[in-house]
Structures are given as structure tokens and as C-alpha cells.
Design a protein around this ligand. Sequence first.
Ligand SMILES: Cc1ncc(COP(=O)(O)O)c(C=O)c1O
Length: 362
Amino acid sequence: MFRTAIKRMAAYEPGEQPRPGRRLIKLNTNENPYPPSPGVRKVLAGAANLLRLYPPPRADELIDQAARVYRLPREMIMAGNGSDELLAMLFRAALGPHHKVAYPLPTYSLYDTLAKIQEAVVVGVPWHHEFILPLDELVRARAQLTIICNPNSPSGTLTPLAEISALAKRLGRGLIVVDEAYVDFADSSALELLRDHPNLIVLRSFSKSFSLAGMRLGLGFAHREVIDQLLKVKDSYNLSRLAIAVGAQALRDLDWMRRNVDRVKSTRERVTGELRLIGFEVPPSQANFVMARKPGRDLAPIAAALRKRGILVRHFPTPALKDAMRITIGTPAEMKALITALRLLMAAALAKTTRRGAAQVR
Ligand SMILES: Cc1ncc(COP(=O)(O)O)c(C=O)c1O
């Protein structure tokens, strides 16, 4: 009934989304702790009138506003039902069975799922020490599609633009995607490289910086020839009229987004310092989350103990990531609760190890 590749693969596992009404501190899926702009709330209040007719297939109001904000012609922009949908379109358009897709690991695990659906071959190249881009290895992979998540999830680290530009150049006709879901929290964006690289595609999300994860909105930027091919695999009405109106309004209210981003960034810097004081390794993050690591130690029990205390963080049970937790930056009060709980849990874990050591000596 179904293709063997689909039957064999496991489904992508998103982070836990609690039922409404549960009082949890939710630091597991990198949402924004602050609300969308007042302008967006006004659009939503009048939303019912929008819904009788099908939406414009090219999401014109949103694309026009994006063209103004990002100073690019509208032919170089497309909109997606979340940047996940844009990723799915890219995989669908660029990759068939046995084609290659390359990316540094660890990274956003949806890429693996999308590759399996296409029956494409993943060339996963480990990051060099401290999340440095493995440039030569990625070039040598000679993949149809190369993806750099920047800032990367779950590390939060940023690859410098000069390296992305060098990679794009050396890949020649191979497509390179820079997944910038978190870029508004970072210091640089690959959008400025677009002019010089016809093989480059930049993806953005409204889910993180714009506080609109529930609306499902993303943007893709590339040369017209690339956008034209991607539009062929797009559902005709992929964005609802509501999403188009909300996205356009969010782009008119940029100052609101920037203010919230600044709050998250300043909390991020403080939390990074506090986690390091507790003894975690924390790579410098340019996203709205941090990765807290205890090399060699499985942090699943710590994540589970936090859950019991009503705090959700993300733990990935893979060999490369089981000694880490990805923690979304919430409000200062939420982060204070997290740090207090972590201090207690880590002290208790240390005392247990010390007692065990002493018993062995005896
Ligand atoms: C690296 C990365 N890319 C893309 C996405 C998907 O974003 P969206 O909500 O726009 O589909 C996420 C979501 O967590 C992400 O972490």
C-alpha cells in the first residue's frame, strides 16, 4: 500500500506540546516567550471577514512587504507554511532516490526525515571541534543539496559568512540552503550573499523572533530561476489568508520584534553565564536557545527530573547529543526557575556520585 521507504522510516518527533491549560515552563521548542505585536492582534480580531475566498497563491501582500523589508525583488521571495514547508519543497524539487544531501552533524533532525521520504542519501559530516564548518568535506560530498543551519540547532553556534560564501562558491552548481530560522537573534545573515551566489537559498521563519510559531509562516529567498522551480512543487494555496495578513503585519511591526529579540538576547547572555557556573559547557549561542552539555554524561535523567518539576527542556537521546540539553530562552522569571532547579539537581547528582565513590574506596 505504501512505499517501502516510508514503511521503514520512523516519523519525525517534534518536542512535546502540552495541552492548553497545563501550567508548565516551556523551554523545549524554541518559541518566543513574549506575545505577537498589537498590530497582529488587531488583524486577528477582524479575521473572519478574510476567510470566504481562497487566498492569493503567491501570498502577494506578504511578499510585497517582505520585498520592502529585505530590499529584494519580489521574484526572489516565496512564502511557506512555516519554513518546514519550504524545506519540504526544496527536498521534493531537488532530490530523488539516491541523490545526495549533505550537512554538518548534529543539526536539525527534520533534514534526515525529509531525506528518507525522498529516498535520498544523507552525507552527514561531523562539525569540526567547537562547531567549526567542515568545509572541505562538504565540498567533497558533491551533493545535489547542501544545508547549513545557521545559527545551528541544537548548538546555537553561528558559521561566519565568509565560510558560507566560500562553500557556496566551491559547490558550483550544487544548491546550498542556509536555514536561518534563528537568524534574528544573531549578528549576521546570508541574505547579503544572495547577489553573488545563484545557487544559494536562504530560509527564514516567523516562529521564533516574531512570536508566531502557531501561525505557520516562513520565507525563502533565492535567485528567480531557483524560486521558479520551487513554485512548481508548492501547493496552490499553501498559506491561508489569515497567515498572509498576519505575516505582512508582523513585518510592518519590526520594532516590536526587535525589542523582544533584544530581551531574549540579554536573558540568553545571563543564562549562559549561570549554566557555566553550575558546571555545564555552553557553546556561545546566537539563537533563542542554548545547549548545556556535560561531556560523557547522559542528561536524560536530569531532563526527566526537570519535567517532574514542570520545566520542559529538549533532550535528544542520540549518541552525539545525549550528554546535552537544548534550553529555550524564556522570560527572566522562567529562567530563574530553571537555574534554581538545575542547581539543586546537579548538586544532588554530584553528592550521589561522591557517596558511590566513597563506598567503593571502603
Ligand atoms: C533549524 C530550524 N529550521 C526550521 C524550523 C522550522 O520552523 P517553522 O516553524 O518556520 O516551520 C525549526 C523549528 O524549530 C528549526 O529549528
